[in-house]
Design a protein around this ligand. Structure first.
Ligand code: KIV
Length: 296
């Protein structure tokens, strides 16, 4: 009997929790890594059921679930509450918490304290930050695995000239690569490349030794990440070029809600099957105690 390769589990074997070692192994074997964002408990359970490898509670929660226009205002406490809810819904994916703007830049001490909160209070396996190789190094030294993020980094989008692809000149592409290499050298276990021309990604990939997860960075990265609300069509907002829609949940939500409203207004809901009963003798005793009156 032949033995399946070590990375392959029999079909019915329970999925094992995804570790940093497993991710490095997937990269080495050329097995694509699947990452997605999630911001609440039911989404976490769906993501778990789908067998995703990495879940990021992104600071994109700011615009996707909290109603801010960008990621800058979201606070550590807001993200901790969402991240803890996601943690309660997961068993196997690696859980990464996103350090929000203003929670790690000021000093190594601030960065370490914030990272420790994500691990201790929200159950994260790792944290992610944008740029900032020195802060990444400090957090890694303090015992928390760090995922880097280069290219379009939304927390500093204004300084980058807005929400647009990065690395579109040779100089800018070299600067993005230098930052990625600095994060790798600082000890990051993985890195996100966001909104980078595919040809530039191809060049950069030759220099990376850690798993690279792309979003709008072409197909040559070790894995892909998308925002849950973008890929499932949960909001009706315009989405970036790199998003592929796999479902139209907003359309389905509006359809269901409209039908519910219609059935309430026409008294077709609730039906007998949604209604509790009472034994006839108990109803009789109730009538004896409380006289039946017409509604005023
Ligand atoms: O916050 C987020 O959703 C992210 C992903 C785009 C990687 O940082």
């Amino acid at each position: 009997m032949s033995t399946p390769p070590r990375h392959e589990q029999p079909q019915d074997a329970p999925r094992r929790p995804v570790t940093l070692t497993k991710l490095a192994e997937m990269r080495a074997l050329g097995e694509p890594i699947v990452m997605v964002t999630a911001y609440d408990h039911p989404s976490a359970k769906a993501v778990e059921a789908a067998g995703v490898d990495i879940v990021l509670v992104g600071d994109s929660a700011a615009n996707n679930v909290l109603g801010y226009t960008d990621t800058v205002p979201v606070t550590v406490d807001e993200l901790l509450m969402l991240t803890a809810a996601v943690h309660r819904g997961l068993r196997t994916p690696l859980l990464v918490g996103d350090l929000p703007f203003g929670s790690y830049e000021a000093s190594d001490e601030q960065a370490i304290q914030t990272a420790h909160r994500f691990v201790k209070e929200a159950g994260c396996d790792a944290v992610k930050l944008e740029g900032s190789p020195e802060r990444a190094r400090a957090i890694v030294r303090a015992g928390v695995p760090v995922m880097g993020h280069v290219g379009l980094t939304p927390q500093t989008a204004t300084a980058l000239g807005g929400y647009r692809a990065q690395g579109r000149t040779a100089e800018r592409a070299k600067a993005v690569l230098d930052e990625a290499l600095a994060l790798q050298e600082a000890g990051c276990f993985a890195i996100v490349f966001e909104a980078i021309p595919a040809d530039v990604t191809d060049v950069m990939m030759g220099h990376m030794e850690i798993p690279v997860i792309g979003i709008g960075a072409g197909g040559s990265t070790d894995g892909q990440v998308l925002v849950l609300h973008d890929l499932l069509g949960i909001h009706g907002d315009a989405h970036p070029k790199f998003v592929k829609r796999y479902a139209d949940l907003r359309g389905e939500m509006v359809r269901g809600l409209t039908e519910y409203a219609e059935e309430v207004r026409t008294r077709r809901f609730p039906g007998p099957e949604h209604t509790y009963g009472i034994a006839p003798e108990e109803l009789q005793r109730l009538h004896e105690q409380i006289p039946v009156r017409q509604r005023a």
